[in-house]
Design a protein around this ligand. Structure first.
Ligand code: ADP
Length: 231
C-alpha cells in the first residue's frame, strides 16, 4: 500500500519534495507496480480513461522518480523513496571511508601505562599488537577498571594478562560495509572493532591480522550526523 503522502525526489530539482498523491495517481502506481512494464494505453484502459487524460499524472509520477518509462516498453516502478536512497548510500560506504587511526601498544606494556595511554590518546579501547602491528588483543575501559579494583600491581602487570585475546576478537576489514561493521558492534556489544588486513608478504607473518585502523561507535555516530545534516 502506498502512503497518501510521499516524499519524492524531483529529478530536475535535486531536492526533496513533499507531494500528496491523488487517488488516481496512487491507482496508477499500484497498476504499474503489479503489472509493469505496462504501456500508457493499457493503464488508461484499466482506469476507463483516455491516454491523453492520464498524461499529466504520468508526467508527475515520472518526474518524481516513482515511475520510469522506456520507449516501446512502457512504464515500470522505480520507487526511489528517500529511505531507499539513503539505505543505498549507506550500504555503499566502506569501513575504509570512516575509520580512525588505531591506538596500539605492545603486549608487555604495564596496565598503568596502558591507562595513561588511554587518557593521553583520549580513547576508550586500545589494541594490543605484536611485531609488525599484528593484532594480539583488545583492552577496554572496563578491563582496566576491573584490574585496578583488585590487588594486582598495575605498575608491573603486563597488559597481556588482562586483554581479550585473539581469536576471540571481533574484527572488520577495509572493504567491509559500514552497515556490517555497525551490526557487529551492536551484536557483540562492544565499543570498537579493529580494522585488520591479512599480511601478504612471504615470511612468518603471512596471513596474520595486521591492525590498520579502528571503527568505533563514534565513527558511526558522526556518519549518522553527516547524513542527517545532508552532507
Ligand atoms: P567497555 O569496557 O568500555 O564497556 P567494550 O564494551 O568495548 O568497552 O568492552 C567490553 C569487553 O569486550 C571488554 O572485556 C573488552 O576487552 C572486550 N572487547 C572490546 N572490543 C572487542 C572486540 N572488538 N572483540 C572482542 N572483544 C572486545
Amino acid at each position: 500500500m502506498l502512503k497518501s503522502i510521499a516524499y519524492l525526489k524531483a529529478k530536475n530539482s535535486g531536492g526533496w519534495w513533499l507531494i500528496q498523491l491523488t487517488e488516481r495517481q496512487k491507482e496508477i502506481v499500484n497498476i504499474v507496480k503489479n503489472q509493469g512494464p505496462i504501456t500508457g494505453e493499457a493503464i488508461a484502459q484499466q482506469l476507463n480513461l483516455t491516454r491523453a487524460a492520464l498524461r499529466a499524472d504520468l508526467t508527475i509520477l515520472v518526474m518524481s522518480g516513482l515511475l520510469d518509462a522506456k520507449p516501446r516498453v512502457g512504464y515500470y516502478y522505480a520507487g526511489k523513496t528517500p529511505q531507499s536512497e539513503i539505505a543505498e548510500t549507506i550500504k555503499k560506504m566502506k569501513v575504509q571511508d570512516i575509520k580512525s587511526v588505531p591506538i596500539v601498544i605492545g603486549e608487555d606494556v604495564s596496565v598503568y601505562d596502558t591507562i595513561v595511554t588511554l587518557f593521553i590518546e583520549d580513547v576508550g579501547t586500545i589494541f594490543v599488537v605484536g611485531e609488525k602491528g599484528i593484532l594480539k588483543g583488545v583492552v577496554s575501559r572496563k578491563d582496566l577498571i576491573k584490574v585496578t579494583m583488585g590487588k594486582s600491581d598495575i605498575y608491573k602487570m603486563p597488559v597481556k594478562m588482562i586483554m581479550t585475546r585473539m581469536p576471540n576478537i571481533v574484527t572488520t576489514s577495509l572493504e567491509e560495509s559500514v552497515v556490517d561493521a555497525a551490526r557487529k558492534i551492536t551484536e557483540h556489544q562492544v565499543d570498537s572493532l579493529p580494522v585488520i588486513r591479512s599480511v601478504n608478504d612471504e615470511g612468518p607473518n603471512k596471513g596474520q591480522p595486521e591492525v590498520v585502523g579502528r571503527i568505533t561507535k563514534t565513527n558511526i555516530t558522526k556518519l549518522f550526523l553527516e547524513l542527517g545534516e545532508g552532507n
